[in-house]
Design a protein. Structure first.
Length: 321
């Protein structure tokens, strides 16, 4: 992950105050059936499982959902209207706004914290599929997603004390990786990116998903890179517009593959992670789970239009790139 810096934030910063906050296109995008995803506390497990195929598909087809933010993730609030906040997400780069990804979040899913208390020398990243945030007495408070980042306040026997929007809490030591907030997380190689995504084989696709409760295609690519020290754009189109161009005969595991309609000549619509040996790891579509497939003989073979590399080789790391 990039360096944890809050230079662009005011003295009081807004952070996500629920396990996962869904970022909506506008306040009118929310339906009655989405209450488990818009309340505080949220119940993302129940929300995702309760939606029918048609209701899940509508999140995409009716342009309802844009992205998601994890517990403790800082945002810029640009407007508050009724019970909704328009936010910018600096940790999710986007061509939609040079400051970060834009969208709407219920105000009750955000909290304000002092910036000087939120920036600590070390950051804890959740490296398990899920991890329970605990109170001081060990009581379970909230089930957090993979790659949730929280400021470290101290390290105790078997537990890490972290700052949260709800005060100091604890995470099991084995569930987190602690890194320097100033230096950022160590950069992994392409195989490390594959390994990060491989852990979620079978997890159901969720449009706009940016958590281990459900990823969309670009959300999986984003998170696999985040877990290995790389900040890439949130959306597939932006991911394809940056990085190092890779020729198809030079692909290596961890490279991103991009696909477009009209046999690669139309609108870009999908991204996957090159697995090696002509295979791809990806989160395909609503109703299906994350999988590894061979490209040969599939629609993806015909639609492949670009490949990009964000990870560094061992030589590049030594040279400080």
């Amino acid at each position: 992950m990039p360096k944890q810096t809050f230079d662009q934030y005011p003295e009081e910063i807004w952070v996500t105050a629920v396990q996962v906050a869904t970022v909506w296109t506008n306040p009118e995008s929310v339906r009655e059936m989405d209450v488990d995803g818009t309340a505080n506390p949220t119940n993302i497990d129940n929300w995702v499982e309760s939606l029918s195929y048609e209701a899940s598909l509508a999140l995409c087809n009716e342009n309802r959902v844009q992205s998601q933010i994890l517990y403790g993730e800082p945002v810029l609030v640009t407007e508050v209207k009724d019970n909704w906040a328009h936010v910018i997400i600096p940790s999710q780069p986007s061509s939609k706004d040079e400051r970060g990804y834009p969208g709407w979040v219920p105000v009750n899913q955000l909290a304000q914290v002092p910036k000087d208390e939120w920036f600590t020398s070390q950051t804890a990243a959740v490296i398990k599929d899920k991890a329970w945030l605990e109170a001081e007495d060990g009581a379970k408070v909230m089930k957090l997603s993979y790659m949730t980042l929280l400021p470290v306040k101290g390290i105790e026997a078997y537990r890490v004390k972290v700052a949260t929007p709800h005060g100091d809490k604890f995470l099991p030591e084995e569930a987190v990786h602690i890194f320097s907030s100033k230096e950022g997380m160590d950069k992994g190689c392409g195989l490390d990116i594959v390994k990060a995504g491989e852990a979620y084989i079978g997890l159901g696709y969720f449009w706009g998903g940016m958590s281990s409760f459900g990823y969309d295609c670009s959300g999986l690519a984003y998170t696999a890179h985040k877990a290995n020290g790389y900040q890439i754009a949130r959306d597939a189109g932006d991911q394809a517009a940056a990085g190092e161009k890779v020729e198809f005969d030079q692909l290596q595991p961890g490279d991103l593959l991009f696909f477009a309609y009209e046999e690669g000549k139309g609108r870009l619509h999908h991204v996957g992670i090159y697995y090696g040996d002509g295979k791809m790891l990806h989160s395909p579509q609503t109703g299906k789970g994350i999988e590894i497939i061979s490209l040969a003989g599939t629609k993806y073979e015909k639609e492949l239009c670009a490949a990009r590399r964000y990870w560094q080789t061992a030589k590049e790391k030594r040279n400080g790139r």
